[in-house]
Structure formats: structure tokens, C-alpha cells
Design a binder for this molecule. Structure first.
Ligand SMILES: C[S@@+](CC[C@H](N)C(=O)[O-])C[C@H]1O[C@@H](n2cnc3c(N)ncnc32)[C@H](O)[C@@H]1O
Length: 276
């Protein structure tokens, strides 16, 4: 069953998928993905016991709809409505709903999820960016037509989520792995370390600084001591090389599709780090 991610997401892992599959453990018990984003690796592995998490609550509403038949039906209906009504004015009307706090808080989960997916498909470059007030502020891509999803792909996704009922969380990466035990596999795909100002890091209102990279590394040390199998990806920077000294570091070349400098399609070296 081949399923592809339903969102274009900064840091999407499609380009380095063959490398992730090469370096993942041969066997494991349960699967954890604490920075799920578009979930490219989850959708390759389709594990029967999984815990997924992202601090981006809007994105997580979509996953919640995928796992529940009633929510899913309503989500699909609203997505189709957005497709029908789509034009420039409509895009900004839906985008700016989060500026009216009360109105926004009254939206149902399928309404929030459909808004998130519609904005992802209709906005410029599939970026997710919010202002310091937390308002989604990416301009429209000015597309004539917008398709929220491929019907066959979304129903395969729904089937997988309904059948396997992964645990879905929307908090910090550290709380997502509290239940991980020996033999479980955790794949961490954090926002990447940045050198200079070229890279896009503001996935949410708060970025992911060097202090966060160190907090993640410390957590990986704790998981390693418990016998949990850990793989993580990042940019190949001197800082990452330094903090993961002692781990297995595999250097790979990747074509990054989302970059802040517009042309952003150059080759960037990345690393896949494992504790096994
Ligand atoms: C590099 S992206 C993951 C890309 C994903 N692997 C894919 O294939 O699309 C990083 C994700 O981490 C999330 N994130 C950022 N800080 C976080 C935190 N402290 N805890 C959990 N998730 C976080 C962002 O919302 C973003 O979706």
C-alpha cells in the first residue's frame, strides 16, 4: 500500500527517504516520531504500533481527523467546500480567521484541520509561518484551482489510521517519548541547525535554537541508556558534528525544496545519526 504525505512541509523527507530506509534499524518493537511534520517516514513504514507528535497543533488536527471516521467525513466535506469556493479573497478570508480569537476558538476540529490543509495547498510554497502574534501570515500562491488532497491517497491514509490507531500527541518532543522502552525505535526529525541566516527555521512562533538541539541530544542520551533505538537527521554543521560526537554519523547529500532564499534548490549536506 503506497501512501504519500498529504502536506508539503518544510523539511519533508521524501528526497532522502532511501537513506532513511537504509539506516533505520532492521527490527524494532514500537515506532515513535516526535516531530511528525508531513510524516514521510511513518507513511513508508506504516507501523502497527506508533506514537506521533508535533508541537504544531493545526497540523495535528488533520492527523486526528484521519483517525476518526466521523471527523474524517466532515473534514473531507469541508475541504471540498474550500476547493469549490477558492479564489484570492476566499483564501485571505480563511487565512485570517485566526485573527478573530473568539470565532477561531469556536471552529470544530474538522474545520480547523480543513483550514490548515487548504492553506497549505493554497499558500505560497507550502510554507507554514506565523507572525509573532501567532497569526498565519503566508501569502496566497495565486493558484486558479486548489486541490486539498488526492482522493485515493487520503482514503488509504484514513484506512491506515483507523486500523492501527496510532497515538497522536501535540506537545513537546520530550513528552512524546516518555513511554519508549528497550527495542522501540524513535526517529527524530527536528528543525535543522542553522548556519548564518539562509535556512528556514520558524516552523512555529518559536524557533528551534542551539539550546533546543542540545536538549534533544541530552534526551537521545537518556533513550540510549534505556536501550531505545534512535535515528535523527539534521544539517551537517560543525555544531551538530560536535554535539553528536561518539554517535554514528552518516553524511548524505540532499536537495532541499523549501529554503528561505527563494532559489533554494541547491544541494545541502545532511546527516543521519544513529545510536546503533
Ligand atoms: C523538519 S520538520 C519534520 C519534517 C517531517 N519529518 C516530514 O517528513 O515532513 C520539524 C517539525 O517539528 C515541529 N516542532 C518544532 N519544535 C518542536 C518541539 N519542541 N516539539 C515537537 N515538535 C516540534 C515543527 O512543527 C515541524 O513540523
Amino acid at each position: 500500500m503506497s501512501i504519500t504525505p498529504f502536506v508539503k512541509w518544510a523539511g519533508g523527507k521524501r528526497q532522502i527517504m532511501n537513506k532513511l530506509l537504509e539506516f533505520k534499524p532492521k527490527a524494532f518493537k514500537r515506532y515513535y516520531e516526535p516531530f511528525i511534520g508531513g510524516g514521510a517516514l511513518l507513511l513508508e513504514l506504516l507501523p502497527s504500533h506508533a506514537t506521533i507528535n508535533d508541537s504544531n497543533k493545526e497540523l495535528i488536527y488533520i492527523y486526528k481527523c484521519l483517525r476518526n471516521k466521523k471527523l474524517f467525513k466532515e473534514f473531507v466535506r469541508i475541504c471540498k467546500l474550500h476547493e469549490e469556493k477558492h479564489n484570492e479573497d476566499y483564501y485571505y478570508q480563511i487565512r485570517d480567521l485566526d485573527r478573530k480569537k473568539r470565532a477561531y476558538s469556536q471552529l470544530s476540529i474538522p474545520e480547523k484541520a480543513a483550514r490548515c490543509l487548504y492553506l497549505n495547498k493554497a499558500c505560497f510554497n507550502g510554507l507554514y509561518r506565523v507572525s509573532n502574534k501567532g497569526f498565519f501570515n503566508v501569502p496566497s500562491a495565486k493558484r486558479e484551482k486548489v486541490k486539498c488532497f488526492d482522493d485515493e491517497n487520503i482514503s488509504k491514509l484514513h484506512k491506515y489510521f483507523v486500523k492501527n490507531r496510532p497515538i497522536i500527541l501535540s506537545g513537546d518532543f520530550s513528552s512524546a517519548v516518555k513511554t519508549a522502552r528497550e527495542g522501540d525505535f524513535v526517529y527524530f526529525d527536528p528543525p535543522y541547525d542553522v548556519v548564518g541566516e539562509q535556512s528556514f527555521t520558524s516552523y512555529t512562533a518559536n524557533g528551534f535554537g542551539k539550546d533546543e538541539q542540545i536538549r534533544l541530544r541530552d534526551l537521545i542520551n537518556e533513550l540510549t541508556a534505556k536501550g531505545v533505538l534512535v535515528m535523527t537527521s539534521n544539517a551537517n554543521t560543525p555544531f551538530i558534528q560536535e554535539i553528536y560526537n561518539g554517535f554514528n554519523i552518516h553524511i548524505i547529500n540532499a536537495k532541499r525544496m523549501i529554503n528561505s532564499n527563494g532559489d533554494g534548490r541547491g544541494d545541502v549536506e545532511e546527516v543521519i545519526i544513529t545510536n546503533y
